[in-house]
Design a protein around this ligand. Structure first.
Ligand code: FPP
Length: 250
């Protein structure tokens, strides 16, 4: 991949996984194609995608992931057919209702990022209940992005700056508030996109400034623990320089 280098090492011996609190973000793409390829309606792909969400969350802490941000519904997704939008909203609601207790049990703190004012009030209340119930979770911070647009969030944060000189940390705080984040989260270390496309689709544009990008042809409903592990192992082989020159360079 352009701009990254891989550390050389024996291919048969994967590097040991570090447990250093990664922030991994995932663009869960390919639900519709997965369903169409099976002669099923697109919504069946989203239902299968919800299972992949469950598998991914279960696998994440064991791979050193401490923050996991999933792109569930972009602000542009409102333009999809109404029945597909309704199914997705129903899936989010069901997910919150069914999995909150499990999240509490496994130390998962759940927050939803994005705009709330266009969500159904019942879904909003379910989000608030899930966030309150899981607030003490310290094993994994799961962030689900719903009605999310990185560009809209940046514009909202910039409006609040209102000409004042602010540093990056202050801007990041304002950005967090603009997406309903309770506090700033670390920048994204690894951005995964499934479904074979290679684009960012208005997701975490600020937070991904130095993210390593990983694209896989796997359709989201087929994504599992092994795929997540492969992505994290690939990440650990990358050399991150953050625009600098390594001290060891000649
Ligand atoms: C993109 O695939 C996927 C989405 C817009 C929705 C993601 C939603 C889920 C995985 C379901 C449940 C999520 C939670 C958090 C419970 P696409 O429909 O654009 O696929 P395509 O590119 O093949 O058409």
């Amino acid at each position: 991949m352009k701009g990254t280098q891989r550390k050389s090492g024996p291919a048969s011996q994967p590097p040991a996984l570090k447990q250093d609190g990664l922030h991994v973000a995932i663009i869960m793409d390919g639900n519709g194609r997965w369903a169409t390829a099976r002669g099923l309606p697109r919504v069946a792909g989203h239902q299968a995608g919800a299972e992949a969400v469950r598998r991914t969350i279960e696998a994440a802490p064991k791979l050193g992931i401490r923050t996991l941000t999933l792109y569930a519904f972009s602000s542009d997704n409102w333009h999809r057919p109404p029945d597909e939008v309704a199914t997705l909203m129903k899936l989010f609601h069901e997910y919150l209702e069914r999995h909150t207790a499990e999240c509490v049990k496994h130390g998962i703190r759940l927050t939803v990022i994005g705009r709330r004012d266009r969500l159904d009030p019942k879904l909003r209340r379910a989000i608030e209940r899930a966030e309150a119930a899981t607030a003490a979770g310290d094993r994994l911070h799961l962030r689900i992005a719903v009605d999310y647009s990185a560009r809209d969030a940046i514009v909202r944060a910039a409006c609040r700056v209102n000409g004042r000189p602010v540093g990056r940390a202050e801007f990041a705080r304002l950005l967090g508030e603009a997406i309903h984040g309770r506090e700033p989260v670390p920048d994204v270390d690894l951005l995964i996109r499934t479904g074979g496309e290679q684009r960012l689709s208005d997701f975490l544009l600020w937070e991904c400034a130095y993210a390593e990008l990983y694209f896989t042809n796997r359709m989201w409903p087929d994504f599992g623990a092994q795929d997540l592990e492969a992505a994290v192992r690939d990440f650990h082989r990358r050399e991150r320089r953050f625009g600098r020159v390594l001290a060891s360079a000649g």
